[in-house]
Every structure is written in C-alpha cells, then in structure tokens.
Design a binder for this molecule. Structure first.
Ligand code: AMP
Length: 359
C-alpha cells in the first residue's frame, strides 16, 4: 500500500525482504531478497536509495544501523528498537508519564507468582519480543494457570499485564514530519475477533474529552520520539473513560486502512510525504468510514465469492497479493464510506458476509 502511494507520486521503490514475491515486491521497481542478518546485502540496498522506511517493526537493530550508514532512516532505529519489545515499549511509556496497563517484568517463575499476586487475576502473560495479534500470549485466570502459562513462553523474557475489562478499543493514526508538523485521523474504534483486528470505523463513538486525551497522548508520544512518518497508538478505553496505551505501531496500521477514500492523504500517502520531507496532506474525512479485514479463514471453503461481495457497490476491495491464505492471516480488507460510521460498518460487514455465498 505504501509502494502504490509512492509510485503514484512518482517515486521509485526498492524493497528489501527475506521473502520472494512479496506484496511490496509485486509493486516495487526492485525487490531484493535477503535475510535481515545479511548486512552486506543491507548496505548494498541502502546505497541504492535515498530514504529507508518500514512496514514491519521487527527488523533487527543491526540491520537498521547498517542501512543508516548510507541512507536516511525514518522512523529511527532507536524507535524501532523500543517498540519491537513490549518491555522496552511499556518502560519508555511509563517513564515518560504516559498511561499504560499495569505490568511486571517476568524472567523466572517466582517473578510470575509474585506479579500475579501484585496485579491480581485475571492477567495476561505476553512474550516481550516479537508478539502481535495475540501471538505469544497466555491468559492467567487463577493460580493453577500460572505454571502452564509460564511454560507456554518457552523460556522467553515476558511481561505480565493486568487484564483490563475495557469498554472499547480505539486507536489514533497520526503522522509527524521532520519539521515537527503533526496530523491525525481522529479517533478510530476497533473491534477484535480472536485477538485480531476485525472491523474499524471512524469517527469512534467517544466523548469530546476522550477524543482530546487520545490525540494529546499520540502527539506527545510522537514528539517525545521525534518521530518522522506515520504511527499508530492503540488504546484500551476503560469503563470510567480512562485511556491506557496498549501498543505503539511505528508504521501505518491496519486500523488506518479506512483512510483510503475519505481523506485527501491516506495513512500511506502521509508516510510517503513524511519520510520524503514533503508537507503532510489533509487528514479531514469527507464522510465517516469503516474497514473489515479479510482473514485467510474466508478461503476455508474455497475461493471467496468476490462478485457477490462487490454487489455492495459502496464497498472497495483491497487484496494484498499474499501467496497463501492461512487462518488468522490478513489477506486484504474491505472499506466503505457512508453518512454515518455505523452505516459504513454495515456495508463492509454485509459485503464480507456475501463473500461466503456459494459460487
Ligand atoms: P496485543 O497483541 O497486545 O495488542 O493484544 C491483542 C488483543 O488482545 C488486544 O487488542 C486486546 O483485545 C486483547 N488484550 C491484550 N492485552 C490485554 C489486556 N491486558 N487486557 C485485556 N485485553 C487484552
């Protein structure tokens, strides 16, 4: 999606990935396939470009540093390093006064017993590194779950988080330019299924106070990081209207896919503008919008019925070009705009249901 926006604006794109025939590679001018640890290949790649950015935060620091020897890198390697590990991210956030879910660092089983006692149960144990979409997580409902949850982490460093009985989940997708200019797409409301984002809509149904707090927090995080590019802050909104930061995504985010269509600049165009030192585009919505994900499960009974889904003429289809549909793998999404966020959500949900109609 980044590459399509960049190409539309006349940029040439060179992508680096350990995989072949990637969704980005299918659209880019050049696709380099090499492992992130091949620093010679990383340097050669970086010599051929002016600016490097990411669509995936789990790129090792050594890779980012090697690229930074030859090209501008946005967001910086330091930001990636902080956000790719839940312990570093949460420590950064709490040290800087941002509200986060109460958490504890877990190395040994004794730490876990102590933390479960401190934070109370239920609680969620999460691996510190390389976790997303509920991967590497184990819920602890009572003391008898502690041993099995600890074993599920396979000896990896982890954190225990208090379980939040939240009212809803919301996110702020925003962008910051190298001159410090800031733009945002308001507050987006997110519904998850099996820990994976399912449907997002904007504007979120939240009070003015929550809207202002969410934007203020996102802006302060972006400023504290001296961030350049598109970023997303995911929040839990508690029943007493408090926002807790769950996660920072140092890149365009799934919840921001609904910015394709209703805004002058989508979150990906904004990323292109920010990392290339161009002025940011308008993020104003001309209509409320919604997005529904298309997980690999939709292929369980064979090829989905695309024609049936598109009979909902308000809906746009985006398939990423990933090779193999797997359950829980995000293969694409549907978006719609409408006079209300509820109506837009209804369009994308109906369209997704129609996909299941027998061919
Ligand atoms: P994560 O990968 O940490 O973003 O978690 C994926 C999803 O799991 C979140 O979007 C929530 O729906 C749920 N979840 C994660 N952590 C918690 C928590 N501490 N309390 C309640 N729900 C959680």
């Amino acid at each position: 999606m980044f590459t399509i926006e960049a190409r539309k604006m006349g940029f040439r794109v060179h992508t680096f990935s350990p995989d072949i025939d990637t969704p980005t590679g299918q659209v880019a001018d050049i696709e380099t396939t090499a492992v992130y640890e091949d620093l010679d290949a990383v340097r050669e790649f970086a010599r051929s470009v002016e600016v490097v950015t990411f669509e995936f935060e789990n790129v090792p620091s050594a890779t980012v540093n090697a690229a930074a020897e030859f090209a501008d890198v946005h967001p910086s390697g330091e930001i990636l390093h902080t956000t790719q590990n839940r312990l570093r991210e949460k420590t950064f956030l709490s040290k800087n006064g941002f509200p986060v879910t109460p958490f504890r660092h877990i190395k040994l089983i004794d730490d876990l017993y102590r933390a479960a006692n401190d934070l109370g149960m239920p609680a969620v144990l999460k691996t510190a590194g390389f976790g997303y979409d509920g991967k590497g997580q184990a819920k602890i409902k009572e003391s008898s779950d502690i041993e099995s949850a600890f074993e599920a982490m396979n000896g990896k460093e982890s954190i225990l988080e208090a379980f939040i009985d939240f009212e809803k989940e919301v996110s702020v997708v925003c962008a910051r330019g190298s001159n410090g200019n800031f733009s945002h797409y308001g507050v987006i409301e997110n519904e998850h299924a099996n820990h994976i984002l399912d449907v997002s809509f904007a504007p979120a149904i939240v009070s003015e106070m929550v809207f202002k707090d969410a934007i203020d927090i996102a802006k302060s995080i972006a400023d504290t990081f001296q961030y350049v590019g598109t970023m997303c802050v995911e929040f839990f909104l508690t029943k007493d209207e408090k926002l807790l930061v769950n996660e920072i995504a140092p890149r365009p985010h799934n919840s921001g896919h609904l910015t394709f269509g209703p805004c002058v600049a989508s979150q990906f165009e904004q990323q292109v503008r920010a990392v290339c030192g161009l002025p940011l585009g308008s993020t104003e919505f001309y209509r409320p919008a919604a997005m529904a994900n298309l997980p690999g499960d939709i292929w369980n009974d064979g090829e989905p019925n695309w024609a049936a889904a598109l009979t909902e003429s308000n809906v746009k289809l985006h398939l990423y070009g990933k090779a193999e549909p797997k359950p829980g793998r995000k293969m694409g999404h549907l978006t719609a705009t409408a006079p209300s966020a509820e109506a837009a959500s209804q369009y994308v949900r109906n369209s997704r249901e129609l996909l299941k109609k027998m061919l």
